[in-house]
Design a protein around this ligand. Sequence first.
Ligand code: 0O2
Length: 217
Amino acid sequence: ATLAEMRALRDELQRFLLEYQFALKEVETKIAILRDEFLHMHDYNPIEHVSSRVKSADSLVEKVTRKGVDPDFPSIRAHIHDVAGIRITVSFVADAYLLFDLLTAQDDVTVREVKDYIAEPKENGYKSLHVIIDVPVFLSTGRVDIPVEVQFRTIAMDFWASLEHKIYYKFDRQVPGDLLGSLKDAADTAAELDERMERLHREVRAPVPVAARQLDV
Ligand code: 0O2
């Protein structure tokens, strides 16, 4: 390719990725608004942590190759839906569904696909609620609708997933069987902790019965 062609391609890639950065900003703002309003209205913040990323060029090329997607921008936009990703870590499972409902009910948000790995965990024990949404981004050239992958998970699910991710890559995707078993075990323990914490949280937040209050004085 000529230098001019290479420059044109670079500019096209930069613009392509920029649109995903804008889409992420839109979703980040939506989440921040929900968090702040929730705190104001209910004196409760359901969100522990939010992180987002635009896929690296390396990882994008790897996925395009692995999925056999045509290497042009319209095909990539049509077939790779996690170029923009945002992960919302919440305290309790109920909060994952609550935030999912609040986000997907917004009328400028279109749901493309839902994968509920909380209701149906992956075989390795992975749990999280995934949704691909389209959000509008308004550019000088007009409106574009950009897909964003949103993952909702609890702190316990996130702890498990980050360790599993490290192990998976450490063993170059060929994790030994006994380690797979231990990971599955750990996932069950994490799920149990989630249940116990949520139960405890409900008890503490529930109005204190009159009899108990009287005993207290
Ligand atoms: P990263 O580094 O987070 O970007 P595919 O992407 O083709 O493998 P699909 O159907 O497009 O699968 O997406 P899916 O199943 O919704 O999962 C996509 C993302 O969910 C992954 O992104 C991970 O972030 C997370 N995920 C899914 N399964 C697992 C798992 O078993 N363990 C862990 N730790 N994370 C998981 P990427 O692109 O793989 O990685």
